[in-house]
Write a protein that binds this ligand. Structure first.
Ligand code: AMP
Length: 412
C-alpha cells in the first residue's frame, strides 16, 4: 500500500486470546539515567503502560524484553559488559510502582533463571528480564538467540516503535517463532502507524511539511518522498544553506554540504515538476562562529564571509508561520536552527507555536524526529499537537517509505 503498512492484515492486540497466556512483550525502556542510576525521564515507560495493562487485564502474564543503552559499545576496561550500569534491574522499583504490583526480575535474558521464572508466572504477574543487548547476538538478529527469547512466551507483542527499524533478535527475528495469530503490535506501534498512514495516505490539504536539522544528506530520501505527497515544503535548519548556496547565494560560513549542491538543485527541480513549492528562509539569524551570541540578521543569500546562519530570521518566521497557519496537514521533522543556543531558538519555538495553533484550528499535525520532538516538549506545547512520534529514526524511515524489519516481522 504505497510504502505504508496495511494495518488490516495483522492480528490486533485486542483480538488475541490472552487468558492464561505468557505474553512476551518487546518494549522500549531505553530511558535516561543519572549518575546515581535513577531514571531522569520515564516517558518511554509511561508510553508502554497501556499495552502492558491491557494484557494483564486480559488475564495474561507479561514478560518484558528491552534494551538499555549500548552496553556492547561501552565495555569495561577488561572487555566485559558493564552490568552495573546497564542492568534493567534499576528500573524495577519505578516500574512496580507504575504497574501497581511487584515486578519480578531475571538476572539473565534467556538462561535457566529467565526460563524458570517465566514458566512459573501466574496471570497478572510481570517479569522483566535482563538487557537484551548484554548479548552480541541481539544486534546481529541471531536466530538461535531469538529462539531462546521466543521460549519465554506463548505470544509475542512488539511495542518498541523506537527500534522497529532495527533487525535485532528481540525486535524482529523472535517474531519468526510465533504464528500470525500469536503475535501483534502493541497499542503504541499501532498508534504510530495509524497516524503516519493518515498523514501520508490521505492527508487533508494543503499538506505542508517543515523540514529542518543539520544536514541535507540525512533528509534526502524524506524530501524526495515528500515531494510526491505534499503541497509545500518549508526548509530550515543547517540544511537550508546547501539549497541557498546551490541557487547561487552567499552563505558565509554557514553549514553547507558542497558535495550535495547538485542534489539540492535536483530536489528543487523535482519539486517544481511536481508543483510542490519549496520555501527557503528568506533571512537568517547569524553569528561570527558557532557561538551563542546576540544574533545579527541578514538576507539568507548575502551572509558575510565571517558569519554563519544559526537560525531562520524574523521575515522567514513570518512566512513559515503563515504557511503553517493555512495548512490542514502538517509534518514537522527537525529544528529550524541551533535551538540548544538561547539566542537561536526563536525560529524553532515560533514554528512549534504555529504548529500548535494550526492544530487548535483543526489541522492534523505530526511531529517526527528526535530534535523537533525535544523542541516541542521544551516549548510546553506537546499537548497541543496531534501526534508526537516516539521513534526518531524509525519514524523517519517509515515516512521515507522504507520497510521496517520490526514491523514486517509481525505481518509475516
Ligand atoms: P538533525 O538531527 O539532523 O535533525 O539535526 C539537529 C541538529 O541540527 C540540532 O542539534 C541543531 O542544533 C542543528 N542545527 C539546526 N540548525 C542549524 C544551523 N543553522 N547550523 C548548524 N546546526 C544547526
Amino acid at each position: 500500500m504505497n510504502g505504508l503498512l496495511d494495518l488490516t492484515i495483522n492480528m490486533k492486540i485486542t483480538d488475541l486470546n490472552l487468558n492464561n497466556q505468557r505474553v512476551l512483550v518487546r518494549v522500549d525502556f531505553n530511558v535516561p539515567l543519572n549518575s546515581a542510576l535513577e531514571i531522569t525521564d520515564d516517558t518511554r515507560i509511561l508510553k508502554a503502560l497501556p499495552t502492558i495493562n491491557l494484557l494483564l487485564d486480559g488475564g495474561a502474564s507479561v514478560i518484558l524484553l528491552s534494551h538499555l543503552g549500548r552496553p556492547q559499545k561501552k565495555l569495561t576496561e577488561d572487555g566485559n559488559v558493564n552490568k552495573e550500569k546497564f542492568t534493567l534491574r534499576n528500573l524495577v522499583p519505578h516500574l512496580s510502582k507504575l504497574l501497581n504490583r511487584p515486578v519480578h526480575f531475571a538476572n539473565d535474558v534467556y538462561g535457566t533463571e529467565a526460563v524458570t521464572q517465566s514458566l512459573s508466572l501466574n496471570p497478572g504477574d510481570v517479569l522483566l528480564v535482563e538487557n537484551t543487548r548484554f548479548h552480541k547476538q541481539e544486534s546481529k538478529g541471531d536466530l538461535e538467540y531469538a529462539s531462546r527469547l521466543a521460549a519465554l512466551g506463548d505470544i509475542y507483542v512488539n511495542d518498541a516503535f523506537g527500534t522497529a527499524h532495527r533487525a535485532h533478535a528481540s525486535t524482529t527475528t523472535v517474531a519468526k517463532f510465533f504464528p500470525r495469530h500469536r503475535k501483534s503490535f502493541g497499542l503504541l506501534i499501532d498508534q504510530e502507524i495509524e497516524k503516519a498512514n493518515l498523514l501520508m495516505g490521505s492527508p487533508k490539504r494543503p499538506f505542508v511539511a517543515v523540514v529542518g536539522g543539520a544536514k541535507v544528506s540525512d533528509k534526502i530520501k524524506l524530501l524526495e518522498r515528500l515531494i510526491e505527497k505534499v503541497d509545500k515544503i518549508l526548509i530550515g535548519g543547517g540544511m537550508a544553506y546547501t539549497f541557498v548556496k546551490a541557487k547561487g547565494g552567499d552563505i558565509g560560513n554557514s553549514l553547507c554540504e558542497i558535495e550535495h549542491l547538485d542534489l539540492a538543485l535536483e530536489i528543487l527541480s523535482k519539486a517544481e515538476r511536481n508543483n510542490v513549492e519549496i520555501v527557503l528562509p528568506i533571512d537568517s539569524a547569524c553569528a561570527e562562529g558557532f557561538h551563542d551570541n546576540s544574533p545579527i540578521f541578514h538576507n539568507s543569500s548575502s551572509i558575510p564571509g565571517n558569519q554563519m546562519a544559526l537560525d531562520i530570521g524574523p521575515k522567514a518566521i513570518e512566512t513559515f508561520k503563515e504557511n503553517i497557519g493555512n495548512a490542514k496537514s502538517i509534518l514537522w521533522n527537525g529544528p529550524l536552527g541551533v535551538f540548544e543556543f538561547k539566542h537561536f531558538q526563536l525560529g524553532t519555538f515560533q514554528i512549534a507555536q504555529a504548529v500548535a495553533d494550526a492544530t487548535q484550528n483543526g489541522a492534523f499535525s505530526l511531529i517526527g524526529g528526535g530534535d523537533s520532538v525535544a523542541a516541542i516538549n521544551q516549548s510546553g506545547l506537546a499537548e497541543k499537537v496531534s501526534h508526537i512520534s516516539t521513534g526518531g529514526g524509525a519514524m523517519l524511515e517509515y515516512l521515507e517509505g522504507k520497510l521496517l524489519p520490526g514491523l514486517n516481522a509481525i505481518l509475516d
